[in-house]
Write a protein that binds this ligand. Structure first.
Ligand code: NAD
Length: 456
């Protein structure tokens, strides 16, 4: 269907006010959950074909988060959609003041490929929960998952309300030429800039969920074994193709050796020593990314891993040592299973170096010392993060998820997502029986004095 016709249909449907009915929205959310449940096998098969993601990782990293968000919305949107009373200032007496949440209208959600279900469906579901209509454009790189989402959604929802458009740059560009009421984009910072520019033409509000290099501090007083175990899981999950994965390690030089050994030990335990590594471990999405990542493995700095299989697009979990901020691997987001380790001696100097880079999407701090933890939390700006853990902050519907600076703008998950797809309409509501005439001409010194007394 032509983009323009689709958009017109959605605008017409939105203007019918049907989506403003909260019970209609709840019905649709329940329907999506049922459809996903009924088609789970298709979803698992599609993502496995795309890049070898196992049923376990698909459930834990994708479907469970979608179900959790749906449940959270079903439970809360009635309350969130109600108008809220606030105090009325004296100058407006007698009046009521209230705020009415309203959906923005027709929204466009553009997804990334690395968690193709979650990163497309969570924002789409959030938009629907807030009462918008949705056109969803999943990433063309995860071909099978894009196809299966299009089939499930387009066969079961009217295109007036929720529709998947498949395609790559050309299709996205065609969509972006039109005026939407909201754009929600997940992907790289460079494409984020294209989206922002396209939105500016129509002054469309935008949420950009982008990437970046997420630093992970490992301090001398940490529990080394537990720190290593949590980092190895978070880094090599999805073969490092996770926007919030620890991008690089900053380890106190006094524990560097012990920490590197712990990393190797955990990599061996969870991946390398397994008979068939591919069972628990993903492929790189395409050969272009495989080749980009392969070049980042400097053999002179290899600590462990480095195994490459181009035909299978597999890169074994890899750790690089003796890294500095000048190394090639430190110039851009890695987005793959390579973990560079920088050892530091001076925390202030290290924080300064991190600050010279764009604000990251996440930051992780491993330490038992509250003073040190609070210092990093206070001095560094980043989207979100964790203390003594990595990645897991994105699993909570109670924590707004998003970046800052070059790692993004705006946030979602739970109420934050509802707000992202809503406008809050502020109303003063007055009766006719009284009017304080002091604001009307002719102005006088006495009136001004009275106004000042009221306002100050
Ligand atoms: P990408 O920017 O290449 O693609 C994302 C989407 O943009 C896709 O749907 C694609 O079709 C579209 N697109 C690509 N080029 C375009 C163009 N020229 N014009 C218009 N649309 C275009 O990103 P990706 O490779 O899918 O994902 C990797 C990046 O996304 C990484 O930087 C990662 O950190 C980031 N990411 C961020 C989050 C987050 O939640 N913040 C989540 C996942 C990935």
């Amino acid at each position: 269907m032509e983009v323009e016709a689709l958009l017109n249909q959605q605008r017409l449907f939105f203007n019918s006010n049907k989506t403003k009915d909260v019970s209609f929205r709840i019905e649709q959310l329940k329907k999506i959950k049922t459809l996903l449940k009924e088609n789970e096998t298709l979803l698992y098969d599609a993502i496995y074909e795309d890049f070898g993601k196992s049923e376990f990782e698909t459930y834990v990293g994708e479907l469970s988060l979608i179900y959790q968000e749906i449940n959270h919305f079903i439970k809360n949107i009635k309350r969130w959609s109600k108008q809220k009373k606030v105090c009325t200032s004296l100058v407006n007496f007698p009046a009521k003041s209230y705020i009415i949440p309203e959906p923005l209208g027709v929204s466009l959600v553009i997804g990334a490929w690395n968690y193709p279900f979650q990163l497309s469906l969570v924002p789409a579901i959030t938009a629907l929960a807030a009462g918008n209509t949705v056109i969803l454009k999943p990433s063309e790189l995860s071909v099978k998952t894009s196809k299966v989402m299009a089939e499930i959604i387009n066969n079961n929802f009217s295109s007036h309300y929720f529709h998947v458009v498949e395609g790559g740059v050309e299709k996205t560009t065609a969509l972006l030429n039109h005026r939407f009421d909201k754009l929600f984009f997940t992907g790289s910072t460079s494409v984020g800039k294209i989206i922002y520019k396209a939105a500016a033409k129509h002054l469309t509000p935008v949420t950009l969920e982008l990437g970046g290099k997420s630093p992970t501090f490992v301090f001398a007083d940490t529990d080394i074994k537990m720190t290593s175990k949590r980092i190895v899981w978070a880094k090599f999950l999805n073969a490092g193709q996770t926007c919030v994965a620890p991008d690089y390690i900053l380890v106190d030089h006094t524990i560097e050796k012990e920490f590197l050994e712990a990393l190797k030990n955990d990599i061996d335990t969870y991946y390398t020593n397994k008979k068939d590594i591919a069972e628990n471990y993903l492929r790189i999405i395409n050969t272009k990314n495989f080749d980009r990542l392969s070049k980042l493995i400097n053999p002179d700095k290899l600590y462990c891993g480095g195994g490459l299989d181009r035909d299978k697009r597999l890169i074994n979990p890899t750790v690089l040592q003796n890294i500095s901020f000048e190394d090639d691997i430190m110039q851009d987001e890695i987005f793959g299973p390579i973990l560079p380790v920088i050892s530091f001696t001076n925390l202030d100097e290290t924080i300064k170096q991190v600050k010279e880079k764009p604000k990251p999407l996440s930051c992780y701090i491993y330490s038992k010392n509250r003073k040190i933890i609070n210092k990093v939390l206070k001095e560094l700006s980043f989207g979100g993060g964790a203390v003594n853990d990595s990645v897991m902050h994105l699993s909570s519907s109670k924590l707004p998820f998003g970046g800052v600076g070059l790692s993004g703008m705006g946030s979602y998950h739970g109420k934050a997502g509802f707000d992202t797809f809503s406008h809050y309409k502020s109303i003063i509501d007055k009766p006719f029986w009284f009017e304080a005439n002091i604001k009307y001409a002719p102005y006088s010194k006495t009136k001004l004095k009275l106004i000042k007394w009221l306002l100050e």
